[in-house]
Design a protein around this ligand. Structure first.
Ligand code: SAM
Length: 279
């Protein structure tokens, strides 16, 4: 069913990639900064050094510690949720990531989620998107049926490239680990990332799930009926998260909020997992 003929490829949608991103894409590995490191970035570096998941990712040659969060959601949280809902477990729904599925990975750089997904998906296609290039010293861009699009997901040109990469098939899982660059005010930062989640949900299930009068229209959006949606957001108050949660509940049969153990306790990051798109 899934086209084995899909080729691995790297596509660049460069129109709005900043100068820094462009520098990185041509291999610039260091940029001399004139100002001193801020206290918060010094703290971040110290935390990174001590973090056991960072150490484990380095030891295993993974692009990022994010791999462990997706692994945990896939192997622990998803099966537990299926069991709790009394949904019979079979070969097809044992894990979030299944051997035959098409996956869209939004905010993929440096490549932790993509690399983990590629160990689980054997026959489908993975389409990874980021403003920044993947770390090709850790993840091979020649993985079978793997496509990387370097571009801004919010631009219609990039969305069209995702559609094209799936060659008229629909996605079975859209996952977003996208996060906006932090500006310093945690509430503003969280709201900006929440906006990316909303855009990812519109892309997946269509904009009409944000209307209270919604009735399922599975022909809208990239996700096939029965498909799942996973996105990272930063906790910013129920009143702000409400639209996203309600829209997900309209479009999917099972909706959950997860805090993986591998996510730092002090971080406000959470994951919305919406399973089984209504048709
Ligand atoms: C936390 S990182 C993702 C880590 C990645 N999932 C992994 O496993 O290695 C967040 C990423 O979101 C990307 N991002 C933010 N806004 C984006 C946008 N509009 N389009 C595409 N990528 C975006 C950033 O460039 C950044 O690489």
């Amino acid at each position: 069913m899934f086209a084995a003929a899909h080729q691995s490829r790297v596509i660049r949608a460069t129109s709005h990639i900043s100068a820094l991103h462009q520098l990185r894409s041509v291999g610039a590995t260091s940029i001399r900064l004139k100002h001193k490191q801020s206290k918060s970035s010094q703290n971040w570096i110290q935390r990174q050094k001590k973090d056991p998941y960072v150490q484990k990712a380095q030891a295993q040659g993974l692009p990022s510690r994010a791999s462990f969060k997706l692994q945990e959601i896939n192997e622990t949280h998803y099966p537990a949720l299926i069991k709790k809902k009394g949904i019979p477990v079979n070969g097809k729904n044992k894990r979030l990531l299944q051997p035959r599925m098409n996956v869209v990975d939004l905010g993929a750089s440096p490549g932790g989620w993509s690399l983990y997904a590629s160990t689980q998906v054997k026959e489908g296609t993975i389409v990874a998107i980021d403003l920044l290039p993947l770390d090709d010293t850790k993840i091979s861009l020649n993985l079978p049926n793997f496509n990387f699009i370097q571009g801004d997901f919010t631009e219609s040109e990039t969305k069209q490239l995702i559609v094209d990469a799936l060659v008229q098939e629909r996605a079975n899982l859209v996952m977003s680990d996208m996060a906006q660059n932090f500006l310093g005010d945690s509430q503003t930062d969280a709201l900006r990332t929440l906006n990316l989640c909303e855009q990812a949900l519109v892309f997946s299930a269509g904009g009409s799930c944000f209307d209270s009068s919604y009735s399922p229209k599975s022909d809208e959006g990239m996700l096939a009926p029965g498909g799942s949606f996973l996105c990272k957001f930063f906790s910013c108050g129920k009143e702000n998260e409400e639209d996203l949660m309600q829209a997900a509940k309209r479009a999917f049969r099972n909706v959950h909020v997860i805090k993986p153990k591998s996510s730092r306790k002090e971080s406000s990051e959470m994951y919305l997992l919406a399973i089984d798109r209504r048709d």
